[in-house]
Design a protein around this ligand. Structure first.
Ligand code: NAD
Length: 244
């Protein structure tokens, strides 16, 4: 099968970075299964907007029993999986000393636990085909300290560590695992930031236009595709130069 036609599963595909990834992948001709967790209306909008090339499936990443069923459903309906993008995630800003067990558990469970459970199912499917590519969406917070983001940073640093270990485990099956590390991107996740906080984040960027959801999507598409054959266990920072 032509690489461009192959199926990619994207978590959290109805808005923000995930939606841009779904649109980029369908634009280059791929079939996309994306997950939604709260709005079936938005999921329908994405399906229509992509001319039926993207198909929505419900998923709450905290639900242990759902992951396997999701993969069974997706593959029964759309065929064998060639790529997975672990994009969905949550962020809450809380100083560690004032933070609750609930916040810590929730962020670690969705971001790191979700990536673990999705990757485990994907690997099982990809090993049969002796091919596949997984892209994990991490965050610059995993590399650079931000007050109030201990749980989030820990979850994203865990994702980077998992990316490297898994790349070693499954490279011999022709499966590649990489991460994208976004800096500040305007989405629902960052919409609660004050203008002052945004100005501070933007001040450290080298590029005046910052980073858009589309910038991230293009790098994800590259890492999913055979254009990046030979790259595995890596993290590509897309931060307009913040960490330069
Ligand atoms: P967003 O809030 O718009 O999107 C988050 C997505 O995750 C949504 O689609 C949401 O439905 C999904 N999601 C949340 N909880 C879920 C759950 N329990 N089960 C299933 N899905 C769930 O934010 P975004 O900025 O588009 O974030 C996308 C990814 O990019 C996240 O992993 C985020 O950590 C990462 N990121 C964002 C930025 C930024 O500045 N926006 C920076 C670095 C990394």
């Amino acid at each position: 099968m032509e690489q461009a036609n192959q199926l990619v599963l994207v978590t959290g595909g109805t808005r923000g970075i995930g939606r841009a990834i779904v649109e980029e992948l369908t634009n280059v001709g791929r079939t996309v299964a994306f997950t939604w967790s709260s709005s079936s209306d938005l999921a329908e909008e994405v399906e229509q907007h992509t001319g039926g090339k993207a198909h929505g499936f419900h998923l709450d990443l905290r639900d242990r029993s759902r992951t396997k069923h999701l993969f069974d459903e997706v593959q029964a309906r759309l065929g064998e999986l060639s790529g997975l993008v672990n994009n969905a995630g949550v962020q809450r800003s809380e100083l560690l000393a004032l933070s609750s067990d609930e916040t810590w558990d929730h962020i670690l469970d969705v971001n790191l636990g979700g990536t673990f459970r999705m990757s485990r199912e994907a690997i099982r499917a990809m090993i049969r085909r002796r091919a596949g590519s997984i892209v994990n969406v991490a965050s610059l917070s995993a590399l650079h300290a931000v007050a109030g983001q201990s749980a989030y940073a820990a979850s994203k640093a865990g994702i980077l560590a998992t990316t490297r270990c898994l790349a070693r485990e499954v490279g011999r099956f022709g499966i590649r695992i990489n991460a994208v590390v976004p800096g500040f991107v305007e989405t629902d996740m960052t919409s609660g930031l004050s203008e002052e906080a945004i100005a501070q984040l933007r001040a450290s960027e080298c590029l005046p236009d910052g980073v858009t959801t589309n910038n991230i999507a293009k790098v994800v598409e590259f890492l999913i595709s055979d254009a990046s054959a030979g790259i595995t266990g890596q993290a590509i920072v897309v931060d307009a130069g913040t960490s330069a």
